[in-house]
Design a protein around this ligand. Structure first.
Ligand code: PHE
Length: 356
């Protein structure tokens, strides 16, 4: 190769690079092209490495030709790089102009409080204002706490009233929150004002108004000269407060071994307005608050002298109350994972409507 051929090779490389440049649209591709031409293994790079083939007296000329060629090609590459960078910058500028920082953000989908939890919190706040303590008891109970301490001895027919999940360790899943009555008496003594919300379990056949897992709120007031009128007045206040309106109540005698006398407080069915529907078993009334005056045996078992103190207890059907408050017809949706009828309307503050 002589100097003329070298000059032609350089011109070729330059022309090829110039043509290739036009097809390059991305900065990364341009960098690739640059190394294909100017890199050590690139077309011009290899030519530069061959400078030693020329006789020493020509090397000055060769070096000059190569350097000038390299400078021109580098100039072409740099010019194209500047174009591409300007284009990229302009695209970003367009995006920035289109972005309106004053637009409201997209609301993230959030979970909502379960209706039973919502009512539980409401009832807890109400009773806290009235000076009650909120207690919790274990869901797995001893036979003693669930039955014996509540005046239900092993031989008592009332044990049949509550179909019980017996555990292999001899304990039970509590069938009601009433065992917390005994625990609270032992813990605090008299006088006493306590509520105990919690989950209860019964071996039940499940239908629109029965679940094997449901929630109650136990209430217990022990003081001097406590009577049934206190209980009924409290029930009216409690239900009106949760339902946000006057509630029609019906009081009937009821039997529970741990109270004497025992009563059932029913409220007008909110689903049908009292006309009768499957949720209220066509009666127009819903059993919401079984209650009564604490039996002397229960006070005694709790270490409280029935000659000195009297008290009332109730077992608010929290799950049923949530159904009445939100118009939920079928108890089964509350333990299901189906969020449709519950979350969306609840977030809007309206009644929860279960699609037919
Ligand atoms: N523990 C009773 C039940 O679950 C309800 C109840 C509580 C009744 C307190 C009277 C007093 O059926």
């Amino acid at each position: 190769m002589d100097l003329v051929q070298l000059a032609e090779r350089i011109a070729d490389i330059e022309a090829r690079a110039g043509a290739d440049l036009k097809a390059v649209a991305a900065i990364d591709a341009l960098r690739g092209l640059e190394s294909n031409v100017l890199g050590k293994q690139g077309s011009l790079g290899l030519l530069i490495a061959s400078v030693k083939q020329f006789p020493p007296d020509q090397r000055g000329q060769v070096g000059k030709l190569l350097n000038e060629g390299k400078t021109r090609i580098k100039g072409l590459l740099d010019a194209r790089m500047a174009e591409l960078q300007t284009a990229a910058h302009t695209d970003n500028a367009d995006d920035a102009a289109a972005f309106d920082p004053t637009l409201p953000g997209v609301a993230a989908a959030m979970g909502s409080v379960h209706p039973v939890t919502a009512v539980q919190w409401e009832v807890e706040r109400l009773f806290e204002r009235l000076g009650f303590t909120v207690e919790a008891g274990p869901e797995m109970e001893t036979e003693y706490h669930n039955f014996e301490a509540l005046n239900i001895p092993a031989t008592h027919p009332a044990r049949d009233m509550q179909d019980t999940f017996w555990l292999t360790n001899g304990m039970v899943l509590r069938t009601h929150t009433s065992p917390v009555q005994h625990r609270a008496m032992k813990k605090f003594g008299a006088p006493l004002r306590v509520i105990a919300p919690g989950r209860c379990f019964r071996y039940e056949t499940i239908d629109a108004s029965h679940e094997n897992t449901f929630h109650q709120i136990e209430g217990l007031v022990i003081d001097r000269d406590i009577g049934l009128p206190h209980l009924i007045a409290m029930a009216k206040t409690l239900l009106a407060e949760v339902m946000k309106r006057e509630v029609e109540l019906r009081v009937r005698p009821g039997y529970f071994p741990f109270v004497e006398p025992g009563i059932e407080i029913d409220m007008n069915c909110r689903i049908c307005g009292g006309a009768g529907c499957p949720t209220c078993k066509q009666s127009g009334w819903v059993e919401i608050l079984p209650a009564g005056m604490v039996h002397p045996n229960v006070l005694r078992a709790g270490g409280i002298d029935p000659e000195q103190w009297s008290g009332f207890a109730f077992g608010l059907g929290l799950t049923r109350l949530a159904m009445m408050k939100y118009g939920i017809r079928d108890i089964r949706v509350l333990n299901s994972g189906d969020l449709r009828p519950i979350v969306a309307p609840a977030r809007l503050g309206g009644p929860i409507v279960w699609p037919e």
